[in-house]
Design a protein around this ligand. Structure first.
Ligand code: GDP
Ligand code: MG
Length: 676
């Protein structure tokens, strides 16, 4: 049966040893080496798949001999030639080819020698607290000797059992122990059943004679113990029969499926194999210090100790794994598959813990599991948050890049471009956020997602503003080109409705500019407010462009040239456009005055933008803020004045001088023609 179990529970490269070990020495000290030895026996990972058996009986009744034959152990057997034993202690050995820990109690028989009954009691307590089967070894001729040493021993066992398992009667029935009586040097003249009846009667007597606590008065021997009996012939006189009977008995320790299998599950003390050493040491310490042995407390202590150990081991591997991704995350990288890694580390850690720890006291196991999980999650959470932060950054960068590159690529619909980039950005973040999520935690990526969306919105708004600015600049440039010619023409011809023409041209061109803007702005998803700002800016700039054009046409030299041309056309040409040749009889003075007066009328016309048709009058709010340039305060009414009174007088004077020069020249030409 055990071939597979042995292979399954020992590490492949370490061969199983079968050395015995003294777990309690004659100084009554418990060995610190047991855990290591259980490992060397190959049983450390056996879980509950192992059994413990101990032996009890007077000195030199062949106990060690029996154990060695039964289990293939190597306990010391008394040397025939010396016939005395002086050592005391408890030994343990692994049964050959079976997951069984065998305990051999060695000691002087205190009862016979009137000494050390203390050790006997302590070892009984210790054996009962851990063993499933207690072999009671006795000679056939001792049966029925109620006063004999054996019975004293059994009385000890029973008393001890009551103190151990008696308190909690509900648990007591679940903590049963098998007492296997092995009757040595069994001859067979008295049938085994008779011996069995005698022994059972004696046991009952002993049980009844125990002074039990009040609440346990009614409890019976069978509430705590199952009894089994077997006889073995004389080892020397019936050597063959002894040997074959031992083999039959061995089978009952080995064959799990047989009906007379000794190690019934009900006897198991439910201490996982990797906790046996700690548990036994704890038991021995309590026993040794004569403290009340409270098994549930011992089991809880064991669970705490072992669950901590298992948890620490599980965490060690986890920490290594988690550490591997700490640096990249802290360096700002989005680690691909981090969520998958984290989920695997986490579940592997729990699996490692559960595998070993779940066998221990459930309350402790669960509590420590919660603690473990808290440590694991607190290690993973910074990775989770770091990854989200990095993802956020990466998505935002990608969004900006998509928008910029899309705009560089040529023709584009801004709103569509931004919309696409935003969708990609959000999709990538959500995908990444979901990937890095760890089930069973309360973490979420939604908050970070909201932050990202806000930032994307800010970037989108900024690019839209930049775009709007660019667009307004472009429209302004076109406006300037379009307005130039009609303004020049109107200013040059200087008809009485000159300003009507200028303003009409301005109006038409501005209307076109505005509708160009509105058409584009629609696709930008600009807000009403943004549109209002942009249009106000456009109007103001258009107006300033118009004024610049007008200034250009009314600069000193330009206006003087215009006045001169106007005057010349009237003074030097007749009404048919034919150059005049003055004759003495001509009314040169009259013509001069008329031309001059008509020209001077132009100065007030040029000096102020004032259409005849008042519906053409243009107004701008006095202080529209140019949201795109933040230009200085802007006073519209003053922009209607082209030049001031003083300036007008100055122009008039300068023009007069020019006109007078023409007059003198004309006069001179008349004189010279007469002179010829
Ligand atoms: P322990 O002190 O109870 O462990 O006894 P041991 O196993 O050391 O054996 C004590 C002595 O009894 C040894 O000399 C053995 O050879 C002898 N012995 C072992 N088995 C038997 C047996 O079945 N019958 C008899 N008569 N002697 C035995
Ligand atoms: Mg012995």
């Amino acid at each position: 049966m055990n071939g597979r179990a042995i292979n399954g529970t020992s590490k492949p490269n370490t061969p199983v040893t079968y050395d015995r070990m003294q777990i309690v020495n004659d100084e009554k000290e418990f060995t610190p080496e047991l855990i290591g030895q259980i490992g060397r026996w190959g049983l450390r990972d056996a879980g509950f798949d192992y059994n413990i058996v101990a032996v009890f009986g007077s000195q030199s009744t062949g106990k060690s001999t029996l154990l060695n034959r039964l289990f293939g152990t190597s306990f010391d057997v008394m040397d025939e030639t010396q016939r005395r034993q002086t050592t005391k202690g408890i030994w343990m050995c692994r049964g050959k080819d079976m997951n069984v820990l065998v305990m051999d109690v060695e000691g002087t028989d205190g009862r016979e020698r009137g000494e050390d009954q203390d050790f006997e009691r302590k070892s009984a307590l210790f054996s009962l607290a851990s063993s499933e089967v207690l072999i009671i070894n006795l000679w056939e001729h001792q049966v029925g000797l109620y006063q004999g040493a054996n019975m004293g021993l059994l009385k000890t066992v029973f008393e001890v059992n009551l103190s151990l398992f008696g308190k909690k009667s509900a648990e007591a029935t679940s903590q049963r122990t098998l007492l296997l009586f092995v009757i040595r040097d069994f001859i067979g003249t008295t049938p085994l059943v008779n011996l069995q009846a005698t022994l059972t009667a004696d046991l009952t007597k002993i049980w009844d004679s125990l002074s039990k606590p009040k609440e346990l008065q009614g409890c019976k021997l069978s509430d705590y113990f199952d009894l089994a009996f077997t006889g073995l012939p004389h080892k020397v006189w019936a050597a063959d029969k002894f040997e074959s009977d031992v083999q039959v008995l061995r089978k009952r320790f080995v064959q799990k499926d047989s009906s007379d299998y000794f190690f019934k599950p009900a006897y198991h003390k439910r201490i996982p194999a990797d906790g046996v050493a700690f548990y036994m040491e704890g038991i021995w310490e309590q026993v040794q210090n004569n403290k009340d042995l409270d098994l549930p407390t011992q089991q809880e202590l064991l669970a705490q100790f072992r669950c901590d150990e298992i948890s620490t081991a599980a965490l060690a591997e986890f920490s290594e794994q988690a550490k591997s991704q700490k640096r990249p995350v802290e360096a700002g990288r989005v680690v691909e598959g981090l969520g998958q890694m984290m989920r695997t580390w986490r579940s592997d850690t729990l699996a490692r813990y559960d595998r070993d720890a779940s066998r221990y006291h459930q309350g402790v196991y669960k509590r420590k599991r919660t603690d473990l999980l808290a440590v694991v999650d607190s290690t993973l959470q910074p990775l989770f948050l770091g990854q989200l932060k990095n993802l956020h950054k990466a998505c935002l960068v990608a969004f900006k890049r998509d928008v910029v590159e899309g705009m560089k690529a040529g023709e584009y619909d801004f709103a569509e471009l931004v919309g696409k980039a935003r969708a990609t950005c959000e999709k990538n973040f959500v995908e990444g956020g979901k990937e890095v999520l760890v089930e069973g935690t309360t973490w979420s990526w939604e908050e970070e997602f909201e932050l990202l969306k806000e930032e994307v919105q800010l970037v989108a708004d900024q690019s839209r503003k930049d775009e709007t600015k660019k667009m307004v600049n472009l429209i302004e440039r076109n406006f300037k080109k379009q307005i130039a010619e009609p303004v020049e023409l109107a200013l040059n011809t200087a008809t009485f409705d000159m300003w009507d023409k200028v303003l009409r041209a301005f109006r038409e061109t501005l209307d076109k500019a505005e509708s160009t803007y509105l058409a584009k702005a629609k696709s930008f998803n600009c807000t009403e407010e943004e549109n209002a700002h942009a249009l106000a800016t456009l109007r103001q700039r258009a107006w300033l462009a118009l004024r610049a054009k007008i200034d250009e046409g009314t600069a000193d030299t330009a206006i003087l040239a215009k006045l001169r041309t106007h005057f010349e056309e009237r003074f030097r040409y007749d009404e048919h456009g034919v150059p005049r040749v003055w004759k003495p009889e001509d009314d040169m003075d009259g013509a001069f005055k008329k031309a001059k007066d008509q020209t001077l009328e132009l100065v007030p016309l040029y000096s102020k933008i004032s259409p005849k048709d008042t519906s053409l009058e243009y107004t701008l709010p006095s202080e529209p803020s140019d949201s795109l340039t933040n230009s200085d305060e802007f006073d519209f009414p003053s922009t209607l004045i082209i030049f001031s009174e003083t300036k007008s007088l100055d122009l008039i004077n300068r023009f007069r001088r020019d006109a007078d020069a023409y007059y003198v020249e004309a006069k001179r030409s008349t004189v010279s023609s007469i002179a010829q």
